[in-house]
Design a protein around this ligand. Structure first.
Ligand code: ASP
Length: 599
């Protein structure tokens, strides 16, 4: 080995010992006859001293070191002189007095200082091999390793079996587009990369494994939103002979264990379960951030009977009037109310109407003249008192009201809720609030195509109580399906699956798959159902997002070794890229875009 110790491992215990270390030159300070180098390796940094009076030649060689050179150093560990200690690093009480040096490799001047902040992300991704040397990225990637190991240990202890499933599979799109791989051996035919191992893990239940898991790579060719990657890592697990609560409990125990291990924040436990309907009603979204309150309330009954035409029209066309109440109207400026109104309008909503009170001490004696609102003239004092009482609001609060089509109002107020919390710093950053959202509808109607779609995926089972509506009204069918949400972010989803052919075929027919399509894409799974498939269920949970949460990183790119950009490009390796004519020929591929090929 080139070294006996890691740079960050040396301490006062080694005082007076001669040691050999090796690593990268992080920084240096030239104090004339003394030259100080911080040497970095994967364990940390240590200060190395070159004293001209002891070895002129070593001092001279060390003077030529530049950032990121790779060097090996032999030296004696000495206590730092008083006043020169650095309590912020583990090696801060010692330094290595160099006796021998050996340059193992030089480095070009790097495009950025490895540990400096605010380097633009494009440059970081272009030079990822350097960026990964930073302590931030070293910590994140090591944390990721640790989290994955903890997941594996936890599940292995519960008799789950890690089973790798194929990466080259038949194309059976699950919702997004598949990534396609041409076959050379079968000209004109293609494999797909799995969007998740869904059908295969279900088949493993029929194969008798009962408890499966996998740290699985999932590939989805979709237009990338802010925090998506074309390939992501998922904890995929499946269990046989279980009810929904058993699957939730497994996830809850694991995530509670992980959070306690990797976070010092307050964690809700047990994780609350709320239904999809309740989530939408209270928070306007199925991914509520429950670290703050600001719950939405329905105001149809109070405001439906007023003279304000917009409200009446809304209710006549089946829409709703809802609101949010905020403490301390005095701190809310007119310009901020305009900003909120524009925010909602930009989302396609009808805007927000504020209602507040002007120096009212006792709301029960409210005079309508003291109500500040663009719709005050349409309201009675009783209306306003009732609105404030619905929210449990006090005289100094301000209420924002929005009306319109149900889904739009919920969407707008749900986003407004998040915006208010962020802008006004109402989020308790010391909390990790997990919750399960359950009872999702099994189907949603796609207005564009005029078709029913599976809300999550086609394999989730309907609840016993609502299965009968599959024929008459699919909108009423509730699925045994659920999401794990944390601080307003969806961390994963799962369901109790269908395990018989008849029900599965019924779901396919509702979403309009033809018999041949079903046979082609799902034939083997349906066939396996006919050979004693046990009742089963499971989940898929994003590991990138979880590690980002534990490492307090906003972006999942900061916890992935070689991530792609938002336009699915790898800036370091230059993928995707054109391939050689010869490769195309072998694969029986002809590109339509000949011009691009020629370039
Ligand atoms: N396969 C699903 C997904 O990737 C998760 C599951 O239902 O297990 O979203």
């Amino acid at each position: 080995m080139y070294k006996e110790w890691g740079c960050g491992e040396i301490g006062i215990d080694q005082e007076k010992n001669e040691i050999t270390i090796a690593g990268w030159v992080d920084s240096w300070r030239d104090h004339g006859s003394l030259l100080f180098i911080d040497l970095r390796d994967s364990t940390g940094t240590v200060q190395v001293v070159f004293d001209k009076s002891k070895s002129n030649s070593n001092h001279q060689i060390a003077s030529s070191f530049r950032a990121e050179w790779v060097v090996q150093i032999k030296g004696i560990v000495e206590k730092r002189i008083e006043g020169a200690e650095n309590p912020n690093i583990s090696t801060g009480y010692i330094e290595v007095h160099a006796t021998e040096i050996n340059v193992l490799n030089e480095s070009k001047t790097p495009p950025f200082e490895v540990n400096s902040e605010n380097i633009d992300e494009t440059t970081r991704l272009r030079y990822r091999f350097l960026d990964l040397r930073s302590s931030r990225m070293q910590n994140n990637i090591r944390l990721r390793n640790d989290v994955i190991l903890s997941i594996c240990n936890f599940l292995n202890d519960k008799n789950f079996v890690h089973i790798e499933t194929p990466i080259l599979i038949k194309s059976t799109p699950e919702g997004a587009r598949d990534y396609i791989v041409p076959s050379r051996v079968h000209p004109g035919e293609f494999y797909a990369l799995p969007q998740s191992p869904q059908q295969i893990k279900q088949m493993l239940m029929t194969s008798g494994f009962e408890k499966y898991y996998q740290i699985a790579k999932c590939f989805r060719d979709e237009d990338l939103r802010a925090d998506r990657q074309p390939e992501h890592t998922q904890l995929d697990f499946e269990m046989s002979f279980v009810h929904q609560e058993d699957v939730l409990a497994n996830c809850e125990d694991l995530y509670h264990f992980l959070s306690k291990k990797y976070q010092s924040k307050d964690i809700t436990y047990p994780f609350p379960r709320i239904t999809y309907k309740e989530a939408i009603e209270k928070y306007g979204t199925d991914k509520p951030d429950t670290r703050f309150s600001l719950e939405l309330k329905n105001l149809n009954d109070v405001l439906g009977g007023t003279e304000f035409r917009v409200f009446n029209n809304t209710l006549e066309s089946g829409g709703s009037i809802k609101g949010i109440s905020l403490k301390n109207s005095d701190s809310i400026k007119r310009s901020y109310i305009d900003e909120l109104n524009n925010f909602v309008i930009e989302m396609g909503g009808g805007g927000v109407i504020p209602i507040s009170l002007d120096n009212v001490e006792d709301i029960s004696k409210l005079d309508i003249k003291d109500v500040k609102s663009p719709i005050a003239k349409f309201l009675s004092a009783e209306n306003v008192i009732e609105i404030f009482s619905i929210f449990g609001a006090s005289e100094s609060d301000i209420i924002f009201i929005s009306a319109g089509e149900n889904d739009k109002v919920n969407e707008c107020l749900g986003s407004l809720r998040n915006k208010l919390a962020k802008d006004l710093e109402l989020i308790d950053e010391n909390k990790i609030n997990f919750l399960f959202v359950t009872n999702f509808p099994l189907f949603e109607f796609d207005k564009e195509s005029g078709q029913w779609l599976a809300m999550h995926h086609v394999f989730s089972s309907p609840t016993k109580e609502t299965e009968e509506f599959m024929d008459s009204d699919p909108s009423k069918v509730i699925g045994n399906l659920f999401d794990l949400v944390c601080n307003g972010v969806e961390l994963g989803s799962g369901s109790i699956r269908i395990h018989n052919r008849k029900t599965q075929e019924k779901v396919f027919s509702i979403i309009g798959y033809s018999k041949s399509e079903v046979e082609d894409r799902f034939g083997p799974l349906l066939e396996s159902f006919e050979y004693g498939a046990p009742p089963h269920g499971g989940m898929g949970l994003g590991i990138d997002r979880l590690v980002a949460l534990f490492s307090n990183e906003e972006s999942i790119r900061d916890v992935i070794s070689f991530p792609k950009t938002q336009s699915a490009s790898d800036l370091l390796w230059g993928a995707p890229s054109l391939i050689e004519e010869k490769q195309k020929k072998e694969l029986n591929i002809k590109s339509i875009n000949q011009e691009k090929d020629k370039n």
